[in-house]
Design a protein around this ligand. Structure first.
Ligand code: GDP
Ligand code: IMO
Ligand code: MG
Length: 455
């Protein structure tokens, strides 16, 4: 991979594990050579980090590439958008001296996350015996309303206050009744007392009062007015941009193993977080993609519940967490850490049509006597090399490891492949061989400069 590789006009960056693979760093690097950067799935559950000129920027809804002044950032139809969160993100960048306002486009078809979605998310998690460990951002409930069709509200609808009010009059009493019943059933208190002073608690019954609905409609119509300059039909924009010869970069949120269809269901997110979501989530045909960069950590992490065959619930896991600062970008939760799983990545590389790997956070593994790669699973005494489609089967899988010598040298200053310890090169070669893809980029630190491009 070359950030200056001009051969591809249409590129997608996708995480091949359970999210947080450091996609933000790769999107930032590739943005130098792209004109439009597009988010097409997920919402404020994403947390993409870019370290730039000594500053750390965290993106949830805005495309990461927006840091580059020539880039137009598109939030496409497949994203679920919390307007206050988006406005806050824009404001934070503005305060850091980066004016993004003329360079954002927000799809009128994207769905809106309301406060009752966030309450529903938290209540569902509290009230179930099998929590997913969501980010609590209302992502699942908003996508549910989108697909269910009765209660979904799209960004374009924020622009007509009378219409919005009518819709909320229909939706809020239902939501309030449902959440109230659910809250008492789950025997837990109000879902989000911290917000009680600004908005009514959706599970208390009170929000269905006329005053509360009017307030909500007025608040969200006001958000609509603030966002209006950027709201448009982004499908048309993307096709026009492509026809004009612009270079497009798609930034996937989450990772393939969290994909609602292809991941470890039900321990997944509610969107297609592999390249499969690109076409529906943006209206731009995935068959125009010329390059798919699959991003992996040199090990594996996961936040939330669900099977994780190579998890290291021991001092090695703690070592990786400490060196990799493995705490969630959005929620601050400690990430579960484990060895690289070549079975899983071979599978996700296949469904995402990845052309190359970007191997991130290699520096974290320095100091270990030995490193390990999972090359197969043992499922009830049988050795399997394919990733199971059923999460409950995956739960029973035990990793079969290939062990390789570790290396002591710190890697943060290394800039050439030849300067890596030979054990680290062996490790990369083996990952590449097992996954069946070339390594186009190796990252040895969060900063842009801490990147190695193999010749
Ligand atoms: P994303 O969601 O895929 O964009 O990843 P996150 O931003 O949630 O998490 C990746 C974290 O790793 C961020 O804090 C990055 O700054 C950091 N990071 C990126 N590349 C490297 C690297 O090569 N080494 C180390 N030590 N940290 C890195
Ligand atoms: P980025 O884009 C890591 C996980 C949550 C939970 C599951 C469902 O930064 O890689 P949700 O709130 O989406 O309903 O939670 O998905 N999850 C992520 N894990 N990185 C992310 O995004 C994630 N977005 C959601 O922890 O297990
Ligand atoms: Mg993240």
């Amino acid at each position: 991979m070359r950030p200056t590789d001009l051969s591809s006009r249409c590129t997608c960056v996708v995480g091949l594990q359970w999210g947080d693979e450091a996609k933000g760093k790769i999107v930032d690097l590739l943005s130098q050579e792209h004109d439009v950067v597009i988010r097409f799935n997920g919402g404020a559950n994403a947390g993409h980090t870019v370290v730039w000129n000594g500053h750390t920027f965290k993106f949830s809804l805005l495309p990461t590439g927006i840091l580059h002044s020539h880039v137009v950032g598109v939030i496409a139809n497949g994203v679920v958008v919390s307007p206050p969160q988006l406005l806050q993100e824009i404001e934070t960048l503005h305060k850091a001296g980066i004016d993004v306002r003329g360079r954002i486009l927000l799809s009128d078809r994207a769905h809106v996350v309301f406060p009752y979605h966030q309450d529903e998310d938290r209540l569902r998690e509290k009230g179930t015996a099998q929590p997913i460990g969501t980010t609590g951002r209302g992502i699942g409930p908003c996508y549910q309303d989108k697909v269910g069709r009765n209660y979904g509200i799209r960004v374009g609808e924020l622009l007509d206050e009378a219409h919005l009010e009518r819709r909320l009059r229909e939706i809020v009493p239902h939501k309030s009744r449902w959440l109230g019943a659910f809250a008492s059933q789950a025997a837990c208190g109000p879902a989000n007392p911290s917000r009680a002073d600004t908005l009514p608690t959706w599970s208390s019954g009170e929000p269905s009062s006329d005053k509360a609905i009017l307030e909500l409609a007025s608040t969200y119509a006001d958000y609509g007015r603030q966002l209006q300059p950027w709201i448009r039909d982004t499908v048309r924009f993307l096709h026009q941009a492509y026809q004009q010869g612009k270079r497009l970069l798609f930034e996937t949120a989450q990772g393939c193993l969290l994909d609602v269809d292809h991941g470890t269901y039900p321990f997944v997110t509610s969107s297609n977080s592999s390249t499969t979501g690109l076409w529906s989530g943006s209206g731009f045909p995935a068959r125009y993609l010329e390059r798919v960069v699959g991003v992996v950590k040199a090990y594996t992490t996961r936040v939330g519940a669900g099977p994780f065959p190579t998890e290291l619930d021991n001092h090695l896991g703690d070592y990786i967490r400490r060196r990799g600062k493995e705490y969630g970008t959005v929620t601050g939760r400690p990430r579960r850490c484990g060895w690289f799983d070549a079975v899983a990545v071979r599978y996700t590389a296949q469904i995402s049509a990845a052309d190359e790997l970007a191997v991130m956070l290699l520096d974290v593994l320095s100091g270990l006597d030995e490193v390990a790669i999972c090359v197969a699973y043992d499922l009830d005494g049988e050795r399997i090399a394919e990733f199971p489609s059923d999460a409950h089967l995956l739960l029973r899988c035990r990793p079969v490891y290939e062990r390789l010598p570790g290396w002591k040298q710190e890697l943060a200053q290394v800039r050439q492949l030849a300067d890596l310890p030979k054990e680290a090169r062996q490790y990369l070669d083996r990952i590449s061989e097992l996954v069946g893809l070339p390594v186009g980029c190796v990252s040895v630190g969060p900063d842009r400069e801490q990147t190695i491009f193999p010749p």
